[in-house]
Design a protein around this ligand. Structure first.
Ligand code: ATP
Ligand code: MG
Length: 316
Protein backbone atom coordinates (compact mmCIF):
# COMPACT_ATOMS: atom_id res chain seq x y z
CA UNK A 1 0.00 0.00 0.00
CA UNK A 2 1.28 3.41 -0.83
CA UNK A 3 0.56 5.68 2.12
CA UNK A 4 1.98 8.83 0.55
CA UNK A 5 -0.24 11.83 0.92
CA UNK A 6 -0.54 14.59 -1.61
CA UNK A 7 -0.58 17.80 0.28
CA UNK A 8 -3.37 20.22 -0.36
CA UNK A 9 -1.83 23.51 0.60
CA UNK A 10 -5.21 25.23 0.55
CA UNK A 11 -6.12 23.22 3.66
CA UNK A 12 -3.54 25.01 5.72
CA UNK A 13 -5.08 26.67 8.70
CA UNK A 14 -2.12 27.70 10.74
CA UNK A 15 -2.25 31.31 11.66
CA UNK A 16 1.10 32.66 10.65
CA UNK A 17 2.59 34.63 13.53
CA UNK A 18 5.49 35.80 11.41
CA UNK A 19 3.71 37.86 8.80
CA UNK A 20 6.67 39.28 6.98
CA UNK A 21 10.38 39.02 6.77
CA UNK A 22 12.08 41.19 9.32
CA UNK A 23 14.34 42.63 6.67
CA UNK A 24 13.23 46.22 7.05
CA UNK A 25 13.09 46.01 10.78
CA UNK A 26 16.74 46.21 11.63
CA UNK A 27 19.14 49.04 10.94
CA UNK A 28 21.55 48.04 8.19
CA UNK A 29 23.92 50.94 8.65
CA UNK A 30 24.93 49.91 12.16
CA UNK A 31 28.44 48.49 12.37
CA UNK A 32 28.37 45.61 14.81
CA UNK A 33 30.91 45.83 17.62
CA UNK A 34 34.04 43.79 17.21
CA UNK A 35 33.53 40.18 18.26
CA UNK A 36 34.87 39.23 21.67
CA UNK A 37 34.83 35.65 22.98
CA UNK A 38 32.15 35.48 25.72
CA UNK A 39 33.42 35.27 29.26
CA UNK A 40 32.92 32.14 31.28
CA UNK A 41 30.70 32.43 34.32
CA UNK A 42 31.96 29.78 36.74
CA UNK A 43 28.91 30.05 39.00
CA UNK A 44 26.68 29.04 36.07
CA UNK A 45 28.82 26.00 35.43
CA UNK A 46 28.79 24.84 39.05
CA UNK A 47 25.01 25.36 39.31
CA UNK A 48 24.33 22.86 36.51
CA UNK A 49 22.58 19.63 37.51
CA UNK A 50 24.84 16.57 37.07
CA UNK A 51 21.98 14.15 36.54
CA UNK A 52 19.08 15.00 34.25
CA UNK A 53 15.52 13.71 34.66
CA UNK A 54 14.41 10.87 32.44
CA UNK A 55 11.29 11.29 30.31
CA UNK A 56 8.52 8.73 30.86
CA UNK A 57 8.51 7.85 27.18
CA UNK A 58 11.19 8.52 24.55
CA UNK A 59 11.24 12.08 23.24
CA UNK A 60 11.78 12.25 19.50
CA UNK A 61 13.06 15.67 18.51
CA UNK A 62 13.56 16.94 14.99
CA UNK A 63 15.97 19.85 14.71
CA UNK A 64 14.78 21.77 11.71
CA UNK A 65 15.05 25.13 10.01
CA UNK A 66 15.32 25.24 6.26
CA UNK A 67 17.59 28.26 6.53
CA UNK A 68 21.19 27.14 6.25
CA UNK A 69 23.90 27.70 8.83
CA UNK A 70 21.66 28.65 11.76
CA UNK A 71 23.13 26.12 14.18
CA UNK A 72 20.98 23.01 13.59
CA UNK A 73 23.89 20.59 13.64
CA UNK A 74 25.78 22.40 16.38
CA UNK A 75 22.66 22.39 18.55
CA UNK A 76 21.82 18.74 17.78
CA UNK A 77 25.23 17.39 18.71
CA UNK A 78 25.80 19.55 21.78
CA UNK A 79 22.32 19.05 23.23
CA UNK A 80 22.57 15.31 22.57
CA UNK A 81 25.99 15.20 24.23
CA UNK A 82 24.73 17.23 27.21
CA UNK A 83 21.76 14.89 27.73
CA UNK A 84 24.05 11.85 27.51
CA UNK A 85 26.40 13.48 29.99
CA UNK A 86 23.39 13.89 32.28
CA UNK A 87 22.97 10.11 32.34
CA UNK A 88 20.33 9.72 29.63
CA UNK A 89 20.31 7.34 26.67
CA UNK A 90 20.55 9.35 23.46
CA UNK A 91 20.46 8.48 19.77
CA UNK A 92 21.26 10.99 17.01
CA UNK A 93 20.09 10.21 13.49
CA UNK A 94 21.95 12.23 10.89
CA UNK A 95 19.46 13.08 8.18
CA UNK A 96 21.73 15.50 6.33
CA UNK A 97 23.90 14.20 3.45
CA UNK A 98 26.56 16.71 4.56
CA UNK A 99 27.10 14.35 7.54
CA UNK A 100 28.20 17.19 9.83
CA UNK A 101 26.56 15.69 12.92
CA UNK A 102 28.34 12.39 12.27
CA UNK A 103 31.66 14.26 12.06
CA UNK A 104 31.08 16.31 15.22
CA UNK A 105 30.13 13.17 17.14
CA UNK A 106 33.27 11.39 15.95
CA UNK A 107 31.53 8.66 13.95
CA UNK A 108 32.76 7.39 10.56
CA UNK A 109 30.64 8.39 7.62
CA UNK A 110 32.73 7.87 4.53
CA UNK A 111 30.95 6.52 1.47
CA UNK A 112 30.04 2.89 2.00
CA UNK A 113 29.32 3.27 5.72
CA UNK A 114 25.82 2.04 6.49
CA UNK A 115 23.52 4.62 7.98
CA UNK A 116 20.43 6.69 7.27
CA UNK A 117 20.41 5.87 3.54
CA UNK A 118 20.13 2.15 4.26
CA UNK A 119 17.31 2.78 6.72
CA UNK A 120 15.34 4.87 4.26
CA UNK A 121 15.91 2.88 1.09
CA UNK A 122 16.97 -0.62 2.02
CA UNK A 123 14.87 -1.29 5.11
CA UNK A 124 17.91 -1.57 7.43
CA UNK A 125 17.18 -1.35 11.13
CA UNK A 126 18.50 1.49 13.29
CA UNK A 127 20.11 -0.98 15.71
CA UNK A 128 22.14 -2.50 12.85
CA UNK A 129 23.60 0.76 11.56
CA UNK A 130 23.98 2.90 14.71
CA UNK A 131 27.51 3.39 16.03
CA UNK A 132 28.65 4.58 19.47
CA UNK A 133 30.07 8.09 19.70
CA UNK A 134 33.36 8.49 21.58
CA UNK A 135 31.70 11.31 23.56
CA UNK A 136 31.00 10.43 27.23
CA UNK A 137 27.79 8.67 28.20
CA UNK A 138 25.31 6.62 26.22
CA UNK A 139 25.35 8.40 22.87
CA UNK A 140 24.78 6.52 19.62
CA UNK A 141 24.73 7.87 16.10
CA UNK A 142 23.22 6.77 12.81
CA UNK A 143 25.65 8.29 10.34
CA UNK A 144 24.82 10.00 7.06
CA UNK A 145 26.99 9.57 4.00
CA UNK A 146 26.92 11.54 0.78
CA UNK A 147 24.74 8.72 -0.66
CA UNK A 148 21.89 10.26 1.27
CA UNK A 149 21.84 13.11 -1.26
CA UNK A 150 20.43 10.64 -3.80
CA UNK A 151 17.80 9.43 -1.33
CA UNK A 152 15.84 12.64 -1.72
CA UNK A 153 15.18 11.73 -5.37
CA UNK A 154 15.00 7.97 -4.94
CA UNK A 155 12.34 8.35 -2.28
CA UNK A 156 10.01 10.23 -4.61
CA UNK A 157 8.78 7.03 -6.23
CA UNK A 158 9.13 4.83 -3.14
CA UNK A 159 6.19 3.25 -1.33
CA UNK A 160 5.28 4.95 1.95
CA UNK A 161 7.99 7.46 1.27
CA UNK A 162 7.22 9.84 4.16
CA UNK A 163 6.93 7.14 6.81
CA UNK A 164 10.07 5.12 6.34
CA UNK A 165 12.02 6.76 9.12
CA UNK A 166 8.99 6.70 11.41
CA UNK A 167 8.60 2.95 10.94
CA UNK A 168 12.29 2.35 11.70
CA UNK A 169 12.12 4.55 14.79
CA UNK A 170 9.00 2.83 16.11
CA UNK A 171 10.65 -0.57 15.65
CA UNK A 172 13.76 0.67 17.46
CA UNK A 173 11.82 2.15 20.37
CA UNK A 174 9.88 -1.08 20.82
CA UNK A 175 13.09 -3.09 21.27
CA UNK A 176 15.66 -0.70 22.76
CA UNK A 177 15.91 1.58 25.74
CA UNK A 178 16.27 5.17 24.64
CA UNK A 179 15.36 8.51 26.25
CA UNK A 180 16.02 10.96 23.42
CA UNK A 181 16.21 10.62 19.66
CA UNK A 182 17.40 13.63 17.66
CA UNK A 183 17.23 14.15 13.91
CA UNK A 184 19.66 16.63 12.39
CA UNK A 185 18.01 17.87 9.20
CA UNK A 186 19.41 19.42 6.03
CA UNK A 187 18.60 23.06 5.22
CA UNK A 188 15.58 22.21 3.07
CA UNK A 189 12.04 20.98 3.44
CA UNK A 190 12.34 18.01 1.11
CA UNK A 191 11.55 14.34 1.69
CA UNK A 192 14.45 13.83 4.11
CA UNK A 193 13.22 16.55 6.44
CA UNK A 194 9.63 15.39 5.91
CA UNK A 195 10.57 11.86 7.03
CA UNK A 196 12.06 13.31 10.20
CA UNK A 197 9.00 15.52 10.82
CA UNK A 198 6.72 12.51 10.47
CA UNK A 199 8.83 10.39 12.81
CA UNK A 200 9.19 13.05 15.53
CA UNK A 201 6.95 14.14 18.38
CA UNK A 202 8.43 17.60 18.72
CA UNK A 203 10.40 20.18 16.77
CA UNK A 204 13.33 22.18 17.97
CA UNK A 205 13.99 25.25 15.83
CA UNK A 206 17.36 26.94 16.19
CA UNK A 207 17.19 30.61 15.25
CA UNK A 208 20.36 32.53 14.62
CA UNK A 209 20.47 35.99 16.19
CA UNK A 210 21.26 37.67 12.89
CA UNK A 211 19.64 39.61 10.05
CA UNK A 212 16.66 37.85 8.46
CA UNK A 213 16.44 35.53 11.46
CA UNK A 214 12.72 35.02 11.11
CA UNK A 215 12.73 34.68 7.36
CA UNK A 216 11.80 31.16 6.55
CA UNK A 217 10.32 30.48 9.97
CA UNK A 218 6.84 31.19 8.63
CA UNK A 219 7.41 28.67 5.85
CA UNK A 220 8.62 26.16 8.41
CA UNK A 221 5.49 26.78 10.49
CA UNK A 222 3.30 26.16 7.44
CA UNK A 223 5.13 22.90 6.84
CA UNK A 224 4.68 21.90 10.47
CA UNK A 225 0.99 22.67 10.15
CA UNK A 226 0.72 20.62 6.99
CA UNK A 227 2.53 17.68 8.59
CA UNK A 228 0.40 17.92 11.73
CA UNK A 229 -2.82 17.94 9.73
CA UNK A 230 -1.91 15.24 7.22
CA UNK A 231 0.79 12.96 8.50
CA UNK A 232 1.61 13.28 12.19
CA UNK A 233 -0.95 14.53 14.68
CA UNK A 234 1.40 14.34 17.61
CA UNK A 235 3.99 16.76 16.22
CA UNK A 236 4.33 20.05 18.09
CA UNK A 237 6.70 22.98 18.12
CA UNK A 238 8.48 22.17 21.36
CA UNK A 239 11.52 24.38 21.56
CA UNK A 240 13.00 27.49 19.99
CA UNK A 241 16.69 27.98 20.67
CA UNK A 242 18.49 31.26 20.06
CA UNK A 243 21.94 30.64 18.65
CA UNK A 244 25.06 32.67 17.94
CA UNK A 245 23.94 35.35 20.36
CA UNK A 246 26.32 38.23 20.93
CA UNK A 247 25.23 40.24 23.95
CA UNK A 248 27.34 43.23 22.89
CA UNK A 249 25.45 43.50 19.64
CA UNK A 250 22.13 45.40 19.58
CA UNK A 251 20.94 43.38 16.64
CA UNK A 252 21.30 40.12 18.59
CA UNK A 253 19.21 41.58 21.40
CA UNK A 254 16.56 42.85 18.97
CA UNK A 255 16.30 39.51 17.22
CA UNK A 256 16.11 37.64 20.54
CA UNK A 257 13.33 39.96 21.76
CA UNK A 258 11.41 39.53 18.52
CA UNK A 259 11.67 35.75 18.64
CA UNK A 260 10.62 35.67 22.30
CA UNK A 261 7.59 37.80 21.40
CA UNK A 262 6.49 35.33 18.73
CA UNK A 263 7.32 32.17 20.70
CA UNK A 264 7.10 33.11 24.38
CA UNK A 265 6.52 29.58 25.66
CA UNK A 266 8.84 27.70 23.38
CA UNK A 267 11.93 29.91 23.47
CA UNK A 268 14.46 28.68 26.02
CA UNK A 269 15.61 31.30 28.57
CA UNK A 270 19.27 30.64 27.76
CA UNK A 271 20.78 31.90 24.52
CA UNK A 272 23.73 30.08 22.95
CA UNK A 273 26.52 32.65 22.69
CA UNK A 274 28.60 33.13 19.58
CA UNK A 275 31.86 31.50 20.52
CA UNK A 276 34.98 30.51 18.64
CA UNK A 277 35.26 27.44 20.90
CA UNK A 278 31.88 26.20 19.63
CA UNK A 279 32.94 26.54 15.99
CA UNK A 280 36.37 24.97 16.55
CA UNK A 281 35.09 21.79 18.21
CA UNK A 282 33.89 19.90 15.05
CA UNK A 283 37.40 20.31 13.58
CA UNK A 284 38.51 17.99 16.40
CA UNK A 285 35.60 15.60 15.70
CA UNK A 286 34.25 16.65 19.05
CA UNK A 287 31.41 18.51 20.71
CA UNK A 288 32.23 21.70 22.57
CA UNK A 289 31.34 19.87 25.77
CA UNK A 290 34.40 17.67 25.52
CA UNK A 291 36.55 20.13 23.56
CA UNK A 292 36.27 22.87 26.20
CA UNK A 293 33.81 21.83 28.88
CA UNK A 294 33.98 25.06 30.86
CA UNK A 295 33.65 27.43 27.89
CA UNK A 296 30.62 29.71 27.70
CA UNK A 297 29.21 27.73 24.75
CA UNK A 298 29.50 24.39 26.54
CA UNK A 299 27.83 25.77 29.67
CA UNK A 300 25.01 27.33 27.61
CA UNK A 301 24.34 24.06 25.78
CA UNK A 302 24.28 22.18 29.09
CA UNK A 303 21.84 24.74 30.52
CA UNK A 304 19.64 24.42 27.43
CA UNK A 305 19.67 20.61 27.69
CA UNK A 306 18.81 20.75 31.39
CA UNK A 307 15.86 23.01 30.65
CA UNK A 308 14.64 20.80 27.81
CA UNK A 309 14.87 17.75 30.10
CA UNK A 310 13.14 19.60 32.95
CA UNK A 311 10.26 20.82 30.77
CA UNK A 312 8.96 17.42 29.78
CA UNK A 313 10.27 15.25 32.56
CA UNK A 314 7.82 12.65 33.61
CA UNK A 315 5.17 13.63 31.07
CA UNK A 316 3.83 11.36 28.37
P1 ATP B 1 23.31 23.64 7.60
O1 ATP B 1 22.05 24.34 7.27
O2 ATP B 1 24.36 23.77 6.55
O3 ATP B 1 23.10 22.22 8.02
P2 ATP B 1 23.37 24.29 10.37
O4 ATP B 1 22.07 24.98 10.54
O5 ATP B 1 23.46 22.87 10.79
O6 ATP B 1 23.91 24.42 8.89
P3 ATP B 1 25.77 24.66 11.86
O7 ATP B 1 26.55 23.81 10.92
O8 ATP B 1 25.45 24.09 13.18
O9 ATP B 1 24.45 25.14 11.16
O10 ATP B 1 26.48 26.06 12.10
C1 ATP B 1 26.88 26.86 10.99
C2 ATP B 1 28.28 27.41 11.25
O11 ATP B 1 28.22 28.27 12.39
C3 ATP B 1 29.30 26.35 11.57
O12 ATP B 1 30.54 26.73 11.04
C4 ATP B 1 29.35 26.35 13.10
O13 ATP B 1 30.61 25.93 13.60
C5 ATP B 1 29.10 27.81 13.40
N1 ATP B 1 28.45 27.99 14.69
C6 ATP B 1 27.31 27.41 15.13
N2 ATP B 1 26.99 27.82 16.37
C7 ATP B 1 27.97 28.68 16.73
C8 ATP B 1 28.22 29.46 17.90
N3 ATP B 1 27.40 29.41 18.96
N4 ATP B 1 29.31 30.26 17.91
C9 ATP B 1 30.14 30.32 16.84
N5 ATP B 1 29.96 29.63 15.72
C10 ATP B 1 28.89 28.81 15.65
MG1 MG C 1 23.70 21.15 9.60
Amino acid sequence: MNDSVDVDVSRETFEDPVKRPKRAHYPTDETPPEFVEPEVDVSRETALPRVLPQPVSPRIIVVANQKGGVGKTTSTVNLAAALALGGLKVLVIDVDPQGNASTALGVDHEQGTEGTYEILLEGASIADVAAPSPEPGHLWVVPATIDLAAAELELVSAMGRERRLDKAVQRYIARNEVDYIFFDCPPSLGLLTLNALVAATEILVPIQCEYYALEGVSQLLRTINMVTGELNNSLRLGTVLLTMYDKRNTLSKDVAAEVRKHFPEQTLPVEIPRSVRVSEAPGYRSTVLSYDSKSAGAVAYREAAAEIARRNAGSK
